[in-house]
Design a protein around this ligand. Structure first.
Ligand code: AMP
Ligand code: GLY
Length: 420
């Protein structure tokens, strides 16, 4: 098959690696890709939100399957446009991707289908938002309604912090149109876990579980990021909690989306908090997580291309998905200053001289080649080091030993990824 992957980060590097290993793959093209992905596939310089450009490329390469990695093209309707020109695509339509694209849609949907979640209210007016914060005594979570690359969530301890977040979004338009409507949620507590399923609109199968480490620094300190590392399977999920997430959150979502005429095809990512009253939904995403894909996909024993074809052809019930008994962690190496301001174009060590093995994989997230063909940083999250082993402590030892060997003093990383 001719396969086109859309995206340029560590998640798409992980997808590309798994797709490349499938005997069904003949030609693999990635738009726009990155220098790490370029070792596995042909990269074409078309940005992920250039819907027309991606459709044209898919047509030119006679793509049998397009895999859409990030949320932006999904929310913008890339799948719809590809289907209109007769090209198959893995991922939800724009209508179904609203489950991530609008947090108010997602919260109202969960309310309607009785999916457990924190109490919430949404606002466009600053004074009304302020009085809600006063009611909650500042202990709340303020969120931009629309997409904000994982940065539009403010977990607040007091009124001052919460009011500042509201003001920055509603008055100062920090996240543009995404932040003109905001959610103010009850702040719940507990351990977090993410469950990933693949759906064909009717049936769904589990493809893996993970725990993300969202805060920038060790011990969950510092601001929220897109994710500084992940571990799979999610250590905080026991069997009964896992079953409850499936029956109380995933199943009603797949059924509810079909009832809403927003049939859900593709990956559904449920971020959950395990509270003393049981698991509650923190957020839905309409795609694999980044960096969660970098731990889930290396553990997957079933052919990813076959899974995606079954999802598109509404035959998921015909496939068993296996992910073995091994564990994986991934540690993100990030540019100093991320998730705030950071410098780009910092020269990296000789990464290409390190070869991936079955137990240790270097995924590129934000890298590029400069004019002199040197590998340099090109984003907040730069590299993800994934380690796979029979125990989490082995994973940690191997990943952190390797990072020391790499020696990237201009990047920072958390030292507690996977620490149980
Ligand atoms: P999100 O991008 O919605 O997943 O939020 C990022 C992080 O903020 C989550 O992983 C949680 O740690 C935290 N968070 C979001 N919503 C809530 C909430 N209602 N209560 C407590 N923590 C939350
Ligand atoms: N790591 C969080 C996300 O991909 O949304």
């Amino acid at each position: 098959m001719n396969i086109l992957i859309v995206g340029s980060g560590g998640r798409e590097h992980a997808i590309a690696r798994s797709v490349k290993n499938s005997p069904l793959t003949k030609r693999l093209v990635v738009a726009p890709g990155n220098p790490g992905i370029a070792n596995l596939a042909e990269c074409k310089k078309i940005e992920v939100d250039d819907i027309q450009g991606i459709c044209k490329l898919a047509k030119n390469i006679k793509a049998d399957l397009v895999i859409i990695g990030p949320e932006i093209p999904l929310v913008k309707g890339l799948k719809n446009k590809l289907n209109e020109i007769g090209i198959k695509a893995f991922g939800p339509t724009a209508e179904a991707a609203m489950i991530e694209g609008s947090k108010t849609f997602s919260r109202n949907f969960c309310k309607k289908y009785k999916i457990p979640q924190p109490r919430f209210n949404y606002f466009s007016d600053l004074n009304l938002a302020y009085s809600e914060i006063d009611k909650l005594n500042g202990f709340c979570v303020v969120k931009a309604d629309g997409l904000a690359s994982g940065k539009g969530v403010f977990v607040c301890d007091n009124k001052q912090e919460a009011k500042l977040a509201c003001k920055e979004m509603l008055n100062e338009k920090k996240f543009g149109a995404s932040g003109l409507k905001i959610l103010i949620e009850e702040r719940i507590t507990g351990k977090e876990a993410s469950v990933f399923v693949v759906s064909d609109g009717k049936d769904f199968k589990i493809i893996g579980t993970a725990q993300d480490h969202k805060r920038a620094f060790d011990n969950d300190d510092g601001p929220n990021t897109g994710g500084m590392g992940a571990i799979s399977p999610a250590p905080s999920l026991d069997d009964s909690t896992f079953k409850k997430i499936i029956t109380d959150i995933i199943q009603p979502t797949i059924n509810g989306m079909a009832l809403e005429k927003k049939k859900y095809e593709g990956i559904l990512y449920a971020g959950v908090m395990i509270t003393k009253d049981g698991p509650k939904l923190i957020e839905f995403n309409c795609r694999f997580g980044d960096p969660e894909a970098q731990v889930i996909l290396p553990l997957l024993e079933t052919d990813i291309v076959e899974i995606m074809i079954k999802s598109i052809s509404n035959n998921l019930k015909d496939i068993d998905i296996n992910f073995g008994t091994k564990k994986a962690i991934t540690v993100v190496l990030a540019s100093k200053g991320y998730p705030g301001e950071f410098k780009k174009d910092i020269i990296l060590p000789d990464i290409p001289s390190y070869k991936d093995s079955n137990n240790l994989i270097i995924y590129h997230s934000g890298t590029k080649l400069n004019k002199n063909d040197e590998l340099v940083t090109n984003g907040g999250r730069v590299l993800c080091i994934t380690s796979i082993s029979n125990t989490v402590s082995n994973c940690r030892e191997n990943a952190y030993n390797f990072i020391k060997k790499l020696n990237c003093p201009k990047l920072f990383y958390r030292t507690d990824i996977g620490k149980l």
